[in-house]
Design a protein around this ligand. Structure first.
Ligand code: F6R
Length: 242
């Protein structure tokens, strides 16, 4: 694991965006794995700016998102498909058919999981997977106790994740408790992994991921097994490291 510490969240986003742009310039038909949540928003803004300045084109890029809530249609403002359209896809030259997000409203979610894995394989696998980390160590929606070799599947969210993500839902609004998520095995198959973490609230789990034992109780610690994993932190997220 390569650890990079930057002064603040903006610098983390710049570092992450530069890595993605480098990847696309070297391989214009790259396959990217993407994440939602608060952390990558600044990075996506950097990518949009780079595209607007003609520094990168997404014409030939394919993307696969990590996860999606079950029970929300793509048009629901809290769906991860909606998030990606709003924060990235609508503002760059990516071909809509080249963007994949697990189907949260699939009639048969189990089949949708299987087909998602097949689609990733048919695209040649993921070249660079972008990740955030949950305060409980989850990557994607691989909550603690997830199998380290798991593949795309239906996962129940923990109470902590539901509580952490409640900030995105209006009071009284239906908040899903189930998700479709790439598995830890799916994530580890990516050729490169880029995990971003910012803010003091992530310091404890960042320490567990990097310095703790490899354990299903901290799913992100599985990245210790990856040959090309880079973790980009701001000073607050790095503040508990030895
Ligand atoms: C999002 C995802 C999650 C988030 C994690 C951190 O697609 O897979 O694992 O990366 O919950 O979320 P934020 O960035 O909101 O702290």
């Amino acid at each position: 694991m390569q650890i990079v510490i930057q002064p603040d969240a903006q610098a983390v986003a710049r570092y992450g965006a530069a890595a993605i742009i480098r990847q696309i310039r070297q391989h214009p038909a790259s396959v990217l794995g993407l994440a939602t949540g608060a952390t990558p928003i600044l990075l996506y803004q950097q990518l949009i700016t780079a595209y607007q300045h003609g520094e990168v084109s997404f014409q030939a890029v394919k993307t696969f998102n990590l996860d999606e809530y079950i029970g929300l249609a793509a048009t629901h403002p809290q769906s991860y498909r909606y998030f990606m359209q709003h924060h990235l896809f609508n503002h760059i030259d990516i071909q809509p058919e080249n963007t994949a997000v697990p189907e949260g409203d699939a009639a048969d979610p189990l089949l949708a999981c299987e087909q998602y894995e097949q689609k990733i394989m048919a695209a040649g696998g993921i070249d660079l997977q972008l990740l955030g980390i949950g305060r409980n160590g989850h990557i994607g929606f691989n909550e603690p106790s997830s199998g380290l070799r798991s593949r795309t599947r239906v996962k129940t969210l923990t109470q902590q994740t539901i509580a952490d993500n409640a900030r995105f839902f209006a009071p009284g609004e239906y908040q899903p408790h189930l998700s479709i998520t790439m598995g830890i095995g799916t994530i580890l198959d990516a050729r490169k992994v880029l995990l971003l973490a910012t803010g003091k609230a992530k310091a404890k789990v960042v320490k567990a991921m990097i310095e703790g034992p490899l354990s299903a109780s901290c799913p992100a610690s599985a990245l210790q097994l990856h040959q090309q994993a880079t973790v980009v932190l701001d000073e607050e997220a790095a503040s508990d490291l030895e």
